[in-house]
Design a binder for this molecule. Structure first.
Ligand SMILES: NCc1[nH]cc(CCC(=O)O)c1CC(=O)O
Length: 345
């Protein structure tokens, strides 16, 4: 920030979900800081180039990269990301905090209010996520899982619009909830049937670490931090990091804190749905008083679960890292992202 009283500039992408999420955090920061926060629109390569497939642009990482560049360049002071879209490595000089997460589960949005069990034999279900596809096929091998792209409304229209060509689509409950669209949900999917993406439902609020040095922003970030969310998403994303998994990997992870116990389940599935490996582990947080020690223990829990998955042959079930085709030109290398269902604006 240029001066302590200048309005804080919160960088956001232009999609409905991004602006909704950014506005939520802007409101909370305004309350916490006691002065206005302004939204600054940051356009990314992914927003500008709507014709190339997202994979050729390097996955949803392009959206994250543009926001982070704006933070580093000083075009904004704070950025809000969907945590599941963030690569697992934290860049130097930036600090992330995770407010209390929304419901992390996936939501089935089917015509006629159908549940997964109600869908007709051979029913057509749309998702762009290999993780969702694999688990849907494992639960209902007869389903025809169709690869779809587009923003939330575009996807919903495929199942619920006047020209619907699908029986259902699967989206994150959290995104629908933030957009005020939960009335389209016909079933919130049981995480033991469809495990959510690591970090799903959580937001990551990011700032330059240097700005968090003894300023009111540091206090606001501390107030935004939600311990159970932080420990849960650390554990979930630690699985992804240990598996060195990219955005195309069919991996789900679901952690929660209940009565001072952190429980983590993770699944690696074969995309055709014919096989999956699941592991669950628990961590007693009761004696982990210091925040840093609890964080370390949550990360270690994720490593333990990932290694159990590897021991059981996770790497044989699915290509874990992104087997991205070599770039045609001398484009800079892209970081693999932790997301699974790319949202194109
Ligand atoms: N990659 C797209 C994306 N990133 C975050 C969300 C939903 C909100 C969240 O998980 O916090 C979505 C859409 C979806 O998967 O339905």
């Amino acid at each position: 920030m240029s001066t302590p009283t200048a309005p804080l500039r919160l960088g956001t992408r232009a999609s409905a979900l991004a602006t909704t999420q950014s506005s939520m955090i802007a409101r909370r920061l305004t309350e916490l800081l006691g002065h206005p926060v302004e939204l600054v629109h940051i356009r990314s390569e992914g927003d500008i180039d709507r014709t190339s497939s997202l994979a050729s642009l390097g996955g949803t990482g392009v959206f994250v990269t543009a926001l982070r560049e704006a933070l580093v360049d000083g075009r904004c002071d704070v950025a809000v990301h969907s945590l599941k879209d963030l690569p697992t490595g934290q860049p130097e000089g930036l600090t992330v905090v995770t407010p209390e997460r929304e419901d992390p589960r996936d939501a089935l949005c089917a015509r006629d209010g159908m549940t997964l069990d109600d869908l007709p034999r051979g029913g057509r279900v749309g998702t762009g996520s290999p993780r969702r596809a694999a688990q849907l096929r494992a639960a209902r091998p007869d389903l025809d899982v169709v690869d779809i792209r587009g923003n939330v409304e575009t996807r919903l229209a495929r199942a619920l619009g006047p020209e619907a060509d699908l029986d259902a689509v699967v989206l994150a409950y959290a995104g629908l909830s933030r957009l005020g669209r939960t009335e389209v949900v016909s079933q919130v999917l049981d995480p033991t049937v469809v495990a959510p993406a690591p970090g799903q439902g959580a937001l990551a609020v990011e700032a330059r670490t240097a700005d968090l040095d003894a300023t009111d922003l540091a206090a606001a970030f501390a107030a935004l931090d939600h311990r159970a969310t932080r420990l849960s998403v650390l554990a979930e994303r630690s699985v992804l990091a240990r598996l060195e998994a990219g955005c195309a990997a069919p991996i789900g992870a679901y952690a929660r804190v209940e009565e001072d116990e952190l429980t983590l389940s993770a699944v690696v599935a074969k995309v055709d749905g014919s096989e999956q490996i699941v592991h669950t582990a628990r961590l007693d947080l009761g004696h982990e008083l210091a925040a840093a020690a609890a964080d370390e223990a949550a990360l270690a829990l994720g490593v333990r679960v990932a290694e159990a998955l590897l021991t059981d042959g996770a790497a044989r079930l699915a290509p874990l890292s992104d087997a991205a085709p070599a770039p045609a030109s001398s484009e800079p290398e892209r970081t693999p992202t932790g997301t699974d269902d790319p949202e194109v604006p």
